[in-house]
Design a protein around this ligand. Structure first.
Ligand SMILES: [Ca+2]
Ligand SMILES: [Ca+2]
Ligand SMILES: [Ca+2]
Length: 244
């Protein structure tokens, strides 16, 4: 490698070019970071719970702002996922896996069915419902072997507006879901999903449907991952039934 005291002009020339290309890549990376988009979440309407309050009711403790976008209760860190980026993973397309979903809030006039659409695009007609937004505390395990988008479908509006986590699926091409990684002692154990249910995202409070996901790598790990959730009672009930 390059030795600072060495006066090998030819070699230095090569290294200078290499350094120049590294600088160019670094510049591109920093531009990417600067243009990485986080959808702006507005304050909740009077009387409605905001993200910090919903996280607290679902996970316990008091969630305070850790950065301009993240929250923490001292034990669980909610790390906001980018909504659009040309290089980082975003909250739009989700990876195959097993997720335990719990409905934790519904701060909206409309009620919705929460679920998913398999694949990366198209096939919006294949929406699969999992939970209802007016059944707070209800939970279900979703196991998918391909990429997919999370989605909500309006239960009242004619035709049932469907909005997914992929902006381009939506009739207004707007962002209808923001999400956080949930970390405990730095380890990812789940996600929090917050949906906006109004077309054109007119109030942008992103609290109209809120779901907590816990990763389910193995049944045993799932039990452990859920211990921080209010849904523990539900789980305990199910576990008892299973062992009877
Ligand atoms: Ca988003
Ligand atoms: Ca809203
Ligand atoms: Ca709302």
């Amino acid at each position: 490698m390059f030795e600072p005291g060495k006066t090998d002009i030819g070699r230095q020339g090569v290294l200078t070019m290499r350094q120049a290309s590294i600088i160019a890549i670094a510049a591109a990376l920093s531009t990417g970071a600067a243009t990485a988009q986080y959808t702006n979440v507005h304050s909740a309407a009077w009387g409605e719970a905001n993200h910090a309050q919903i996280l607290a009711s679902a996970l316990g403790g008091t969630f305070n702002a850790a950065t301009s976008k993240d929250y923490s209760n001292g034990t669980v860190y909610a790390d906001r996922i980018k909504d659009s980026s040309w290089m980082s993973p975003t909250d739009q397309i989700w990876s195959a896996g097993t997720y335990h979903a719990t409905m934790v809030a519904h701060e909206a006039g409309y009620t919705h069915t929460f679920g998913y659409v398999e694949g990366n695009k198209n096939n919006l007609g294949s929406f699969t419902g999992v939970l209802r937004s007016d059944e707070i505390g209800s939970s279900a395990t979703v196991s998918l072997d391909s990429n997919f988008r999370w989605a909500i479908k309006n239960d009242q509006q004619f035709g049932g507006h469907l909005f997914t986590s992929r902006d381009n699926d939506n009739p207004d091409c707007d962002d209808h879901m923001v999400a956080y990684k949930l970390l405990r002692d730095g380890a990812l154990f789940g996600y929090a999903l917050f949906f906006e249910d109004l077309k054109y995202c007119s109030d942008k409070d992103y609290n109209d449907v809120a779901v907590i996901l816990t990763l389910v790598p193995t049944p045993q790990a799932a039990m452990m991952g859920l211990t921080g959730l209010g849904g523990l009672g539900l789980l305990a009930g199910r576990r008892r039934r299973e062992t009877m």
